[in-house]
Every structure is written in structure tokens, then in C-alpha cells.
Design a protein. Structure first.
Length: 267
């Protein structure tokens, strides 16, 4: 079937009309979009400004919460005598082993105001930790070994000599062994001869903050950490809004320049 010239012309005219209609619709939508661009950008700007202010307020509130908890922690450190050891706590302390025992005592030194320093190598020369003590007159570094009640049996002269080598390696002033059990009398005599300090469970209960104090300290420290995370998230949102506002400002300037240029050309 052949298409006549008239049919071809008719189809061409229809196609042209459709194309012109599509073009003018495109121009119309484009003009409408350009016309609404500035109000749209200004709306976004107002929205981001409001959000930024809300996040600034939220960030400050969380920062205030952090300061409150920080003060609570500082006040708590001065009140650890108000949290005495109970029989049930002492009984539980005697059962502590491994990482739980180490974590409790490490945190206890932090609660007492010591600075704790991790070793670059795990259990180097059998040492677990170095604590730094300083007051107005002196600064001391103490090498520490935590031995739970199941590990006391490995405490012999060779083991102790290795600890002393670690003390010298890290240039510490003292060596301290802490256990939640009781040491053999011969071992204690040897430690005294070597000028090595040691804590048995009785000294822990006498000089180290109780478990109730430890739990309260951990609770406050956890609250501080949570507020710290939320504060960072809120502050990040402030920075994000600042970035978005900067982009909106640039787009507004370009849109206004284009609008002014278009008005000038029509004039």
C-alpha cells in the first residue's frame, strides 16, 4: 500500500503540530519552573535555617547535659567512702577472674584520679598496665600486674624477675602486684626483699572503691558517652545545614541574576 502525497503532507503537518505543542509545553513548564525557582529556593532556605537553629539548640542542650554528668562524676570521685564494701560485694570480688578483674581495677585507678597507660605489647614482661600518679611535689610511674586468685600459683621468682625487667624497661618507679586472693608467705617475703608493692584482697577492700561505687561510676560514664555521641550527631546536622544553606545561597544568587538579565532584555 502506497501513501499518497496528500496523506504524507497531512501526517507531516500533524507531526509538526505535535512537536510544536510539545516544544511550547516544554517552554511553558520551563518558564513556570524558572518562575517558581526563587520562591522554592527561599522556602528551602527558610526551612534549613529553622532546622539549623533547632539543631544548634539541641547541640547546646546536650553539651549542658554532658557538663552536668561530668560534674556528677567529679563529685562522685570525692565521695567513694560513702559507698562501703558489703559482704556480698567482697564475696563477688573473690570470684572475679581475667578481664573482668583487670577492667574493674583499671577503672578503679581511673576513679581515684590516676592516669592509666596501656602497654604497647599485650602482657609485656607479664605487666598489664602502667599508672601515673602526680601531685604538686612529684610524678611517679607504677608498673602493675593483675593476678586473679586462679593465677597466684604462677607467681614464682622467675615470674617476679620478669616483672622487674618490665619495670626497668618502661622506666617505672615502682612495681605493684594486685590479687583478689592471698599470697604465700615465702612469696611475700621475697617481694618485700625486692621492694615490690603488693595488694591482696584485704588491701583491695581497704583502699580501692567498692563495686557499688564502680557501678555508679560506670553508669555516669555511660551517660556521658551517650550524650557525647548525641551531641556530635546534632553538631554534624548543624554543619550539614550550613553546607546546604551555602549551596542554596549560591543558587539564589544565580537565579536572581538570571531573572534580572531576563527583565533587562525584555525592557
Amino acid at each position: 500500500m502506497q501513501i499518497s502525497i496528500i496523506d504524507f503532507i497531512l501526517l507531516s503537518v500533524i507531526a509538526l503540530i505535535v512537536m510544536l505543542y510539545a516544544y511550547y509545553r516544554y517552554r511553558e513548564e520551563k518558564h513556570k519552573e524558572e518562575k517558581l525557582l526563587i520562591p522554592k529556593l527561599e522556602s528551602y532556605k527558610e526551612k534549613f535555617l529553622e532546622e539549623r537553629e533547632n539543631f544548634i539548640k539541641r547541640s547546646q542542650e546536650l553539651k549542658d547535659k554532658m557538663e552536668e554528668v561530668k560534674k556528677e562524676i567529679e563529685n562522685l570521685k570525692n565521695k567513694y567512702h560513702e559507698y562501703p564494701w558489703t559482704e556480698s560485694q567482697i564475696k563477688y570480688l573473690k570470684t572475679m577472674k581475667g578481664s573482668e578483674f583487670e577492667y574493674y581495677l583499671t577503672t578503679a585507678f581511673q576513679m581515684l584520679g590516676f592516669i592509666t597507660i596501656d602497654l604497647p605489647f599485650y602482657k609485656d614482661h607479664n605487666l598489664d598496665l602502667i599508672i601515673k600518679y602526680e601531685d604538686g611535689n612529684k610524678t611517679e610511674y607504677i608498673a602493675v600486674d593483675f593476678l586473679d586468685y586462679t593465677e597466684i600459683k604462677k607467681l614464682n621468682e622467675k615470674y617476679i624477675e620478669d616483672l622487674l625487667q618490665g619495670k626497668e624497661k618502661y622506666e617505672c618507679d615502682k612495681l605493684l602486684i594486685i590479687t583478689n586472693g592471698y599470697l604465700d608467705d615465702n612469696i611475700k617475703k621475697f617481694l618485700i626483699e625486692k621492694d615490690i608493692n603488693f595488694f591482696e584482697i584485704d588491701q583491695i577492700v581497704r583502699f580501692i572503691p567498692s563495686l557499688n561505687f564502680f557501678y555508679r561510676y560506670e553508669e555516669l560514664k555511660g551517660s556521658f558517652h551517650n550524650y557525647e555521641i548525641l551531641h556530635k550527631e546534632a553538631f554534624d546536622e548543624v554543619i550539614r545545614r550550613e553546607h546546604w544553606l551555602s549551596e542554596i545561597e549560591e543558587q539564589l544568587i544565580k537565579a536572581l541574576e538570571k531573572k534580572n538579565e531576563s527583565t533587562y532584555n525584555r525592557g
